[in-house]
Ligand binder design. Structure first.
Ligand SMILES: [Zn+2]
Length: 253
């Protein structure tokens, strides 16, 4: 599978856990022999302005994180564009699902998901989209920006029991007819991460359900990294999801 990654994501750009030293390295170590890393360009201001006003972009610039945040959004765009031909994943940071139109929190600056979906929508390549956000935390930014758009469905599964959680995901994916299925893939709800709910195999299972739904709909699917903070298990969790999302017969180049 094509994984969009840039060496600048190794940079520790803030003191928050998403920017922690060693986090990207842990993921790269786990997946590098199984995937193809691909390059991409940062999101342009035109891309960002489809979602955020100039005032928000300027505020992020003043915080000194514009370059890395625009690069992350560019990775999401690249994964989105590839997704219409083959499943793909954006291994990016900072994350984005807590970024709203003109505010942000929770280690996020630009809404990578919204920027990527608006790029597909504005170029006429999709009519509808489904977002699965399996991060531990409710993706308020995704919902604030896209939740009232008639062309977008969003699922933030929420259950204290693992089987109930997985049932919600499975049922929603069985029902969607969207042209693209995009995953806000945060791994902080793993048994050994902050949320303590999901197994590594569950990420593989959800990835496979996403792939099957996209295939049934004749559409695309991609994931973009959100949270996930236990470096000891993060890499294998990302790998499991990628393996589920990829075509079963595909061999990595
Ligand atoms: Zn989270």
């Amino acid at each position: 599978m094509k994984v969009y990654f840039h060496k600048d994501f190794y940079e520790v750009y803030t003191s928050d856990p998403a920017a922690a030293s060693g986090r990207m390295e842990a993921i790269v170590r786990a997946i590098e022999s199984h995937v193809t890393f691909s390059t991409f360009s940062p999101a342009t201001d035109d891309d960002l302005l489809r979602v955020h006003p100039r005032s928000h972009i300027d505020a992020i610039r003043r915080e000194g994180v514009y370059e890395i945040a625009a690069l992350a959004a560019g990775g999401a765009i690249a994964a989105a564009e590839t997704s219409l031909n083959e499943p793909s994943f954006a291994l990016i940071r900072p994350p984005g699902h807590h970024a709203s139109v003109d505010s942000c929190w929770g280690f996020c600056f630009f809404n990578n998901m919204a920027v990527s979906l608006h790029r597909l929508k504005s170029s006429g390549r999709i009519k509808t989209a489904f977002i699965l956000d399996f991060d531990l935390h409710f993706g308020d930014g995704n919902v604030n920006i896209l939740g009232s758009e008639p062309w977008v469905e969003i699922l933030n599964p929420e259950a204290s029991h693992r089987s109930t959680y997985l049932n919600q995901v499975q049922r929603a994916l069985e029902a969607t007819t969207a042209d693209v299925i995009a995953v806000s893939a945060g791994f902080d709800n793993h048994l050994e991460d902050w949320g303590g709910l999901l197994t590594t195999e569950d990420y593989r299972t959800m990835g496979a359900w996403v792939r099957e739904a996209a295939h049934r709909n004749g559409g695309g699917c991609y994931g973009i990294l959100e949270g996930g903070y236990n470096h000891a298990v993060l890499g294998e969790n990302v790998m499991a999801f990628i393996e589920g999302l990829g075509e079963p017969e595909a061999t990595a180049g």
